[in-house]
Design a protein around this ligand. Structure first.
Ligand SMILES: C[S@@+](CC[C@H](N)C(=O)[O-])C[C@H]1O[C@@H](n2cnc3c(N)ncnc32)[C@H](O)[C@@H]1O
Length: 261
């Protein structure tokens, strides 16, 4: 990937201070209105209010060059659909890059949401949470001109083996998965480390009041007050349910345990 950074000399040399957000998301999309409600609600909204993360939205169409505000064109060689043009996408991307101080770029990543990318899982979310800036580019129609990927994109990320109409929902999924890993976003850090998939296993079953509901009782061990027994029960439940519900994860977990032994 080549970063066409024509703006470096004019950048301020501001250093990250403590009051600055830990992670800044920059979303580039043809439909930025899609993001607002989700980014302002619940934990994502709170994370922003606490100043831990920021979200900026860039409208691709603002970089169109003709009076019809064209952003796409037909693929060379003939095929269905329309592709987002590389010049427009690069301009949109550069407009975001110009706002990022040069010294913060080592921890900046440009991600294209794409069904051809690395599958998003908890390990990748953890990796991405180490960044200070994530530029998320949402494709649409038939996708994007390959040269934009070559020039500006560090990594393609997919949220699953199915094809969606645009990258907006995948971008929101990624923002959510990564934001909750930013220190301070989830109040109790333990609730993250005990989460499903954090250690390659699914989380144990959980119950709240009432103790009995429609003839179904909370397992006695959870009411026993014996923390050793509760811990052992939970560990067994994690192993059991991962084996039953997610044989793929179970296989990976077993292989890892064997190699560790
Ligand atoms: C219809 S898709 C284009 C698919 C493309 N023609 C291909 O075959 O790889 C339009 C856009 O939706 C987004 N998208 C669709 N499915 C996705 C997925 N599973 N994960 C991430 N992004 C996806 C991408 O940004 C993509 O550019």
């Amino acid at each position: 990937m080549v970063h066409p950074r024509s703006f470096e000399s004019g950048q301020s040399s501001k250093l990250l201070s403590r009051s600055e957000p830990v992670l800044q998301f920059h979303l580039i999309s043809l439909f930025p209105e899609v993001f607002k409600t989700v980014l302002e609600s619940s934990l994502l909204g709170k994370a922003q209010k606490k100043g831990l993360v920021t979200y900026s939205l860039t409208q691709i169409r603002d970089f169109a060059r003709d009076k019809h505000r064209t952003v796409d064109d037909t693929p060379f060689g003939g095929s269905e659909g329309m592709l987002l043009k590389p010049d427009i996408l690069c301009d949109a991307w550069e407009s975001v890059m110009q706002k990022v101080p040069v010294e913060e770029t080592p921890k900046l990543k440009t991600i294209l949401l794409s069904p051809q990318g690395r599958l998003l899982d908890q390990a990748l979310a953890r990796e991405l949470a180490q960044s200070t800036h994530l530029i998320l580019v949402c494709g649409h129609y038939e996708g994007v001109d390959e040269r934009f990927i070559e020039l500006c994109v560090d990594q393609e990320v997919s949220i699953g083996d199915y094809v969606l109409t645009g990258g907006e929902l995948p971008a929101l999924v990624l923002v959510d998965a990564v934001t909750r890993l930013v220190p301070g976003v989830v109040g109790n850090e333990r609730s993250i480390t005990e989460e499903s998939l954090e250690n390659g296993l699914l989380k144990y079953p959980q119950y709240t009041r009432p103790r009995e509901f429609r003839d179904l009782k909370v397992p006695d061990v959870l009411l026993s007050g014996d923390h050793g027994a509760i811990g052992a029960w939970r560990q067994n439940q994690m192993l059991d349910r991962t084996e039953k519900k997610r044989p793929d994860l179970w296989q990976k977990f077993s292989l890892k345990s064997k190699s560790r032994r």
